[in-house]
Design a binder for this molecule. Sequence first.
Ligand code: SF4
Length: 499
Amino acid sequence: ADDVALDPWGSSSVSDYRNLFEEFGIEEFDELLEEVPNPHYLMRRGVIFGHRDYRPVAEALQNDEPAAVLSGFMPTGDPHIGHKLVFDEIIWHQRQGADAYALIADLEANSARGMSWAEIDEHARDYLLSLLALGFDLEEGTLYRQSTNRELQDLAFELGADANFSEFQAIYGFDGETDVSHMQSVVTQMADILYPQLEEPKPTVIPVGPDQDPHVRLARDLAERMRFFKVSDAYASFELEPEERALVAEFYERLDPADFDDDDLRCVHVAEALEETPLSELGVSADTLSSVLTKLNEAGMEPVRPRTRFFDRRATDDAFDALIDAIEGEKRVYESHIDAFELDLAAAEELAREVEVDNGGYGFRPPSSIYHRFMTGLTGGKMSSSIPASHISLLDDPEEGYDKVKAATTGGRETAEEQREKGGKADECPVYELYAYLLAGDDDEFAKRVYDECVGGERLCGDCKEQAAQLMKEFLEEHQEKRDEVEELLEAADIELES
Ligand code: SF4
């Protein structure tokens, strides 16, 4: 398999999604499809292929409990059919009852991509119009622009206190030449991701392409980091009932080596929390703790180190093995304690979060994410905003959209005869993707029919493209009409769109 590099500002195309599961701990979406109420067709068809910790969101939707969805758009060009996937994901979550947020990442566009404010202004409106035209409910949802959201800026500043240059270096490859605004735009994005939880902690999903995963991981780290510090502070400095103490003690269960693969940072926070906790009351001796911490130190673990493991496994795996050995020995102590109270971890987390919120903290839940496949460009290769023929802009003239589909590469055979005999290669065909990702809409039967007819040799590319081109034209006509209709809504919404 090719190497997978996840770079949020690069032009990465992800050639082997399996690597993402193995290398980065992204989980397969299929495995929890059954737990999702009325799954969207992008979920059913495997276009949304992966997730990080999506289960709490699915459960909240299922039980009509608070949940949120947020995604941001860098207005670097016209919105195209690749962006439509994310619009659809936001809107679907909104319809399932989640609080929906969409934001214009203007600070990021300016600092990471060097776009001028005039260019940003021009495109920002177009993204929002398409989002509204596709069904975003403005009255129920929130739209904002990074640069004009003061609360967001304050949160970013606060998060910045918990992040440092070395980790930006490790995660994003920043170096001495990286300008400060770029770093600021990262903490702003972290604030975006946690923004839906400012008023109350709730499961939140960020629908993105897998190249954005580094941001999600960092946001999850920061959420945990802020949370555990607050929990341990609260625990150390506030009077808690014995039962509450016991619940917080349940956190020690996280010292389960099985957890490390998912989130190795967690154990370090637990160690930090341990250090600040009145251990005598928990039946854990100071000797026990100090031996864990000593071994932790011997293993060279520092609070911000483990993240580098994603980038250089070998350097830190040995350290982790040593840590796991050390903790295995101590686990029995915690286990007996946990058994005595028969408490579950979810209840403990809930209580710890309440304690935190009561004491002025945020109680952030680590944000979840879902990942969709990148669309293949119509000309083959990657769909790119900078190559007009490779994508269909939501603003393209419907006739132009028609022409682009007609000119697209296909997974067809050399001759019609060969196609009838061997069938087409729908899995490698950008035109089939158009059907599956967009043109078939909610109609699974239709998408399946196109696929079966193609691979069965009954469908030939000429007719197939003609049908797709026609559908694309209709889609664009309808979408653009709706854009005109929602224009007034956007005007009335009083969103600061101009910089
Ligand atoms: Fe693609 Fe349609 Fe040709 Fe099959 S028949 S390869 S889906 S264009």
